[in-house]
Design a protein around this ligand. Structure first.
Ligand code: NAD
Length: 979
C-alpha cells in the first residue's frame, strides 16, 4: 500500500512537470484530436497515408484525395472541399499534390530519424546532446523474398561499423556511457527477425529458427566486434515462439555466452508474456551472464484482435486495456526482482507506468544505473524532458530509412496516437484526464473466445503458434507411414468387397512409396451398389431431416477427433503442405455442420397464405445420387458433395479420384462408424472413364454431383441429358469445373500484399486449385518493378517433400500431370518469354516442378486461355484499369478473380464488371470458407448453386407445393379465415 501511495505521488509530480512544458507539436495534435473524434476520418486518413508512397503522379494523388475524402460528411475546411472538387484539374493537382506530400513527409519526419544513415547520425547526435541515448532501427517490414532478406542483413552489416565509428568520436557523457556498472555500448540497434527470413512460418519453427540464425549470427559477430548492443524486437504473435527460440539459442551459443549486450522485447499485452519472461529468466540463470529485456505494451493490438476474430482463434492479447496495464506492472515487478540476471528496459509513454517503474525499482534497491527507460522518437517529448531532468537513463528508439518501407511504421504510430485508448496519455494533455490508479486484472476470461453470435462458425485452422500442434502432426505423419501398403476394399451395402484388379496409390513426393492399394470396381459391382442404394433409399428418405442432419453432425465430430490423421494422409497422398492439408479437413468439417443446419432451415420454409386455403412447400429427396470427386481437395469436396446428397434424403454412390482413393476410403469408413444404415453410402473406387461413366449413364441415377475438369464435366452434362429406355426422370447434374483465374495489380496497390497474395494464389498447393491464379494482369506503370519482386518471391519458395513443414511447395499429383505440365511449359516458351523456370537438382525422386512465370503473354494465346493445372503463371500487361478488366474477362471460364488496388473507384468498377463467381479484393484468391465465401463459377467453370452457400442443397431435391381448399360450404377453420 505504501508502494502504491508513492507511485501515485510520483505520478502526480510527473504530470505537473509535463503540464508546465510545451510540446511544440500543436498542428499534429490538432490532427490527431480531429481523427479521434471522427472514426471515418481516421480510417480514411490512415488509408490515404498508407497509399501515398505509390502515388507518384500528381493527378493520381489528387484523384485519390477526392475519392478518400470527397464524400465524407466530416466538415473539412471550405478551401479543402473546393480543392477536392477541382481534383480533375491538372494545374491544381500540381499545386496540391506537392503540398500533401510535404505535409505527410513532415509527419514522417516527426517519427522517423531520417531517410539515410547520414541523417540518422545527425538525429542521434542531437539526442545525445540532450543527455539521452538511442537505439537505431532500419525501417522495413517483412522481407518478401530471400533477396530482400539478404539486403536487410546487409544494411545492418554496413550500418553497425559506420555508426559505431561515428559514435566513437562523441565526447564522454556519464549518463549515456555508464549503465549497469559498466561501459555501455554507444551504439544500440534494434532488429526485426522476420525480415531476415522471407519464408518465416510458425508451422516450420525449426526451419525458420535455423534460417534466421544463419543471417543473424554475422550481424551479432559484427556487433560484438564493434561494441554494439543488439535488441531483438518482438513482432506479431505468430512469430513469437520463433523469435524467443532464436534468442534462447543465441544465449546458449558458446560464441555469445559471455556477451551481455543483447536483449529481447516482450509485449505485456500478450497473455503469455509472464510465462515467456519466466522461460527467459530460467535460461539466463543457467548462462550466468545477464541480458536485457525490453518490456513494451505491444504495437499490433488491432492486428492481433482482428486476425484472431477472423480465424476463430482465442485472442492472444488482453482485450481490455486495464488488463494490459496490470500485466505490464506485474511483468515489470518480476523483471526488477530478477536483477541482476535481467537488465530491465521499460519502454512506455505512460505516466503511471513510469512512476511505478521508478518506485518499484527503488523498492528492490536498484539505482538509476541499474535499468533504463525507452521511448519512441517523436512521441511524448515532454515526458522525455522530465525523465532527463531526473537523471534517469533514457534511450530513444529511432527508426530510419526510406519513407516507402517506413509508411507501415508511420501508420502504426498514428494508429496508436489516435486510438482513443492511447498509451500516449500526455500528448493530448489538458483535455483528457490521466489515470494514475493502480491497474487491476478484470478477469473477463470469457472475452478470450470472441463471440460469434448465432451464425455459423467455421472450424478454426491450426495456428501452429504452439509447439503442441507440431508434435501432433509429427506423430500422425509417422503413424500414417506405418500404415502404408494396406489394402482398401470397396464398400457395397455396408460390406467390404475386394477385387482382383487394384489401383496403387502413391506418394507423389516419392512414387516408390505405396500409400495404399485400392480395390477397383467392375460394372457388376456398380450394379450391386446401385441395387443396395435403391433399397436403402426407402428407409433413408423416411427419416426426419433432423435425424439425417444429426448423422452429419456425428460424422463431423468423429472427423474433428481425427483431423490431424486425415491431414497427414493428404500430406502423403495428395502432396499438400501442413497448412493446406489442415484447411482441407476443416472445410470438410464445415460442410458437414453447415449442410446439416441448412437442411433443417429448408424444412422450415413457408409460403404465403390466403383466406380459405392452406399452402405448404415441401422439399423431398430425388433418389440415388452419384458423387464424382477430384483429387485436389480430396476430403473437403468429397465430403461436401456427399453430405449434401444424403442430408437431403438421397442415397449415394461415391466414385473418388484414383489419385487420392485412400483418403476417400478412410472417410467412408468413418461415415460407417457414425452408424449410417447400410447402403446409404457406397464406395466404388475405380476408373472414372469406366465406372464413373457407366454409373452416370445408369437409368436409376437421379442426381450427379461432379467436381473436376471441364472436359469431363461437359461430357457428363451430355450423358445426363440422354434419356434411356425405362427412364422416367430428367437427371439433375451439378458441375464444378476449371478456371483460368486472373489477378489485376493496379498502380496504387500495396505491393508487398500484392506480391505475397499473388504468389500464394498462383503457387499454393503447386497451383493445383481450381481457384488458383494462372493469369496476372499488371498495369504498365508498375509492371517491371512488380515483376522483379514477384520473380524473387516465387524463387524463394522452398520446395520438397511436404511432410517437412518448411516445404511450402510439394510435388504435383502424378506422373501424368508432371509430363502434361512440362509439355505446356515447353510449348509456352514458343509463345512468351519465360522469366522464372528454375530446376531443382536435389529432388530427383518426386514429381516436383518449381514455380514458372511467363511474361509478355498475349491475351489470346494458349498460355492465357487454357487451364494448366500446375505452378505456371502467365503475366500480361495492361495500359489502364479498363483494359485490365477486359483482359481478365476474356476467358471461357468465370471462377475466381482478384484485384489489388487502393483506388475506391477501381474497386467499385471491379465489383460491377469483373465476371467471376468469386471476386477477391486486396487478398489472395484461394481459400474460400464455407458460408463466408460460398464458392462456384459460371460460364464453363460450372453450373449450379454455390457450394457452401444457402442454395446449394436445393439442387439435390424436388419441391412440391400443396394447396388445400379449407373452405367447405362457406366456412373455414378459424386459422384460415383471415390473414
Ligand atoms: P478430372 O475431371 O480428371 O476427374 C474428376 C473425377 O472425374 C475423378 O474422380 C475421375 O475419376 C472422374 N472421371 C474422369 N473421367 C470420367 C468420365 N469419363 N466419366 C465419369 N467420371 C470421370 O479432374 P481432376 O484431375 O481430378 O481434378 C482437377 C480438375 O478439377 C481441374 O480442372 C480443376 O479446375 C477442377 N476442380 C474444380 C473445382 C471447382 O469447384 N470448380 C474444384 C476442384 C477441382
Amino acid at each position: 500500500m505504501k508502494l502504491e501511495k508513492r507511485i501515485q505521488e510520483l505520478g502526480s509530480v510527473l504530470l505537473t512537470d509535463i503540464r508546465e512544458q510545451d510540446d511544440g507539436q500543436h498542428w499534429l495534435d490538432a490532427l490527431v484530436n480531429y481523427a479521434i473524434s471522427d472514426p471515418q476520418f481516421r480510417l480514411q486518413t490512415l488509408r490515404f497515408i498508407d497509399t501515398l508512397p505509390s502515388l507518384d503522379d500528381d493527378v493520381e494523388l489528387t484523384r485519390h484525395l477526392q475519392e478518400y475524402f470527397g464524400n465524407l460528411e466530416t466538415p473539412l475546411p471550405e478551401l479543402a472541399l473546393w480543392g477536392l472538387k477541382q481534383s480533375d484539374k491538372p494545374w491544381l493537382a500540381h499545386i496540391a499534390a506537392p503540398l500533401v506530400r510535404y505535409t505527410i513527409r513532415g509527419l514522417a519526419r516527426r517519427f522517423m530519424g531520417g531517410n539515410n544513415i547520414q541523417r540518422a547520425c545527425n538525429t542521434v547526435d542531437r539526442i545525445k546532446r540532450v543527455g539521452m541515448s538511442s537505439s537505431l532501427d532500419i525501417l522495413g517490414e517483412a522481407s518478401v523474398s530471400e533477396h530482400e532478406a539478404d539486403n536487410y542483413q546487409q544494411a545492418y552489416l554496413e550500418m553497425i561499423p559506420a555508426m559505431s565509428a561515428h559514435m566513437q568520436a562523441w565526447s564522454d557523457s556519464e549518463i549515456v556511457d555508464q549503465l549497469h556498472g559498466r561501459a555501455a555500448p554507444r551504439l544500440n540497434v534494434s532488429l526485426k527477425l522476420s525480415s531476415l527470413y522471407s519464408q518465416i512460418d510458425a508451422a516450420d519453427t525449426k526451419g525458420s529458427v535455423r534460417a534466421i540464425k544463419q543471417r543473424l549470427i554475422p550481424i551479432l559477430n559484427c556487433a560484438l566486434e564493434h561494441h554494439a548492443f543488439v535488441m531483438i524486437d518482438m513482432e506479431q504473435y505468430d512469430f513469437k515462439n520463433i523469435i524467443i527460440t532464436v534468442f534462447l539459442e543465441i544465449l546458449e551459443d558458446s560464441r555469445f555466452r559471455h556477451w551481455p549486450d543483447i536483449g529481447i522485447a516482450i509485449q505485456a499485452y500478450l497473455r503469455d508474456a509472464f510465462d515467456d519472461l519466466s522461460r527467459i529468466v530460467e535460461a539466463l540463470n543457467k548462462r550466468s551472464t545477464p541480458a536485457s529485456v525490453r518490456l513494451v505494451r505491444g504495437a499490433y493490438w488491432d492486428y492481433e484482435t482482428i486476425v484472431a476474430n477472423q480465424n476463430n482463434w482465442p485472442s492472444p492479447v488482453w482485450l481490455h486495456k486495464n488488463d494490459t496495464d496490470a500485466n505490464f506492472e506485474r511483468c515489470m515487478d518480476f523483471l526488477f526482482s530478477e536483477h541482476p540476471v535481467i537488465e530491465t528496459v521499460i519502454a512506455t509513454h505512460n505516466t503511471r507506468s513510469l512512476a511505478a517503474a521508478m518506485v518499484i525499482a527503488k523498492s528492490y534497491n536498484l539505482s538509476k544505473q541499474d535499468y533504463e527507460f525507452q521511448m519512441l522518437y517523436g512521441m511524448a517529448n515532454v515526458l522525455k524532458n522530465s525523465l532527463v531532468q531526473r537523471q534517469q537513463h533514457l534511450r530513444i528508439y529511432v527508426p530510419y530509412g526510406e519513407t516507402l518501407p517506413g509508411m507501415a511504421y508511420l501508420v502504426r504510430r498514428l494508429l496508436e496516437n489516435s486510438s482513443g485508448q492511447s498509451v500516449l496519455d500526455v500528448a493530448l494533455t489538458q483535455e483528457r484526464p490521466v489515470d494514475l490508479d493502480k491497474p487491476e486484472f478484470s478477469l473477463h476470461e470469457e472475452d478470450r473466445i470472441t463471440s460469434v453470435g448465432d451464425h455459423f462458425c467455421n472450424q478454426a485452422l491450426y495456428r501452429f503458434a504452439e509447439t503442441a500442434e507440431h508434435d501432433l502432426f509429427e506423430q500422425e505423419l509417422s503413424h500414417c507411414r506405418q500404415q502404408f501398403d494396406q489394402v482398401y476394399p470397396l464398400t457395397i451395402d455396408g460390406k467390404s468387397c475386394l477385387t482382383k484388379q487394384t489401383i496403387r496409390s502413391i506418394n507423389p513426393a516419392n512414387p516408390e512409396e505405396t500409400v495404399g492399394i485400392l480395390a477397383s470396381a467392375s460394372q457388376q459391382q456398380a450394379d450391386a451398389a446401385m441395387l443396395s442404394a435403391k433399397k436403402a433409399y426407402v428407409f433413408w428418405r423416411g427419416l426426419s431431416v433432423t435425424e439425417r442432419a444429426n448423422y452429419l453432425r456425428k460424422i463431423a465430430n468423429l472427423l474433428q477427433n481425427r483431423r490431424v490423421e486425415f491431414a497427414a494422409w493428404q500430406i502423403f497422398e495428395a502432396g499438400k503442405n501442413w497448412r493446406e492439408a489442415d484447411a482441407d479437413v476443416c472445410e470438410a468439417i464445415d460442410f458437414l455442420n453447415y449442410y446439416a443446419d441448412q437442411a433443417e432451415r429448408l424444412e422450415q420454409v413457408t409460403v404465403n397464405q390466403s383466406a380459405g386455403e392452406q399452402n405448404t412447400l415441401h422439399y423431398c429427396s430425388r433418389g440415388v445420387g452419384l458423387v464424382i470427386t477430384p483429387w485436389n481437395f480430396p476430403l473437403a469436396i468429397l465430403t461436401g458433395m456427399l453430405a449434401a446428397t444424403i442430408v437431403c434424403g438421397n442415397t449415394a454412390i461415391v466414385k473418388p479420384s484414383s489419385q487420392t482413393p485412400v483418403i476417400a476410403a478412410k472417410f467412408v469408413e468413418l461415415v460407417h462408424q457414425a452408424g449410417l444404415p447400410e447402403g446409404v453410402v457406397s464406395l466404388l473406387t475405380g476408373s472414372g472413364a469406366e465406372i464413373g461413366e457407366y454409373l452416370a449413364n445408369h437409368v436409376d441415377i437421379q442426381v450427379i454431383a461432379f467436381t473436376g475438369s471441364m472436359a469431363v464435366g461437359t461430357r457428363l452434362i451430355n450423358i445426363a441429358a440422354q434419356s434411356h429406355s425405362g427412364q422416367t426422370h430428367i437427371k439433375r447434374i451439378i458441375t464444378e469445373m476449371g478456371g483460368k483465374n486472373a489477378i489485376i495489380v493496379d498502380t496504387d496497390a500495396d505491393m508487398d500484399e500484392a506480391v505475397t497474395g499473388t504468389v500464394s494464389s498462383a503457387f499454393g498447393f503447386q497451383g493445383q486449385k481450381c481457384s488458383a491464379a494462372s493469369r496476372l494482369i499488371v498495369l504498365d506503370h508498375v509492371y517491371d518493378s512488380f515483376l522483379e519482386r514477384l520473380v524473387e518471391t516465387s524463387r524463394s519458395l522452398q520446395i520438397g517433400a511436404p511432410e517437412d513443414p518448411g516445404n511450402i511447395m510439394g510435388p504435383v499429383i502424378s506422373k501424368r500431370a508432371y509430363t502434361n505440365i512440362l509439355t505446356a511449359i515447353s510449348n509456352g516458351k514458343q509463345q512468351a518469354r519465360v522469366v522464372l523456370n528454375d530446376s531443382v537438382n536435389h529432388l530427383d525422386k518426386g514429381y516436383f516442378i518449381p514455380p514458372v512465370i511467363f511474361t509478355e503473354v498475349a491475351a489470346d494465346s494458349v498460355l492465357a486461355q487454357q487451364e494448366i493445372f500446375g505452378p505456371v503463371l502467365s503475366v500480361l500487361r495492361a495500359s489502364d484499369f479498363g483494359q485490365a478488366l477486359q483482359i481478365a474477362n476474356n476467358s471461357q471460364y468465370a471462377l475466381t478473380g482478384g484485384v489489388y488496388s487502393r483506388n475506391p473507384e477501381h474497386l467499385q468498377r471491379a465489383k460491377n464488371e469483373f465476371n467471376v463467381g468469386n471476386l477477391y479484393l486486396n487478398r489472395k484468391i484461394t481459400g474460400a470458407q464455407v458460408s463466408r465465401q460460398p464458392f462456384g463459377g459460371y460460364k464453363l467453370s460450372g453450373s449450379g448453386y454455390k457450394a457452401g452457400g444457402e442454395n446449394y442443397l436445393l439442387q439435390f431435391m424436388h419441391s412440391s407445393t400443396i394447396t388445400e381448399n379449407t373452405m367447405r360450404r362457406g366456412f373455414a377453420p378459424k386459422e384460415n379465415q383471415q390473414l
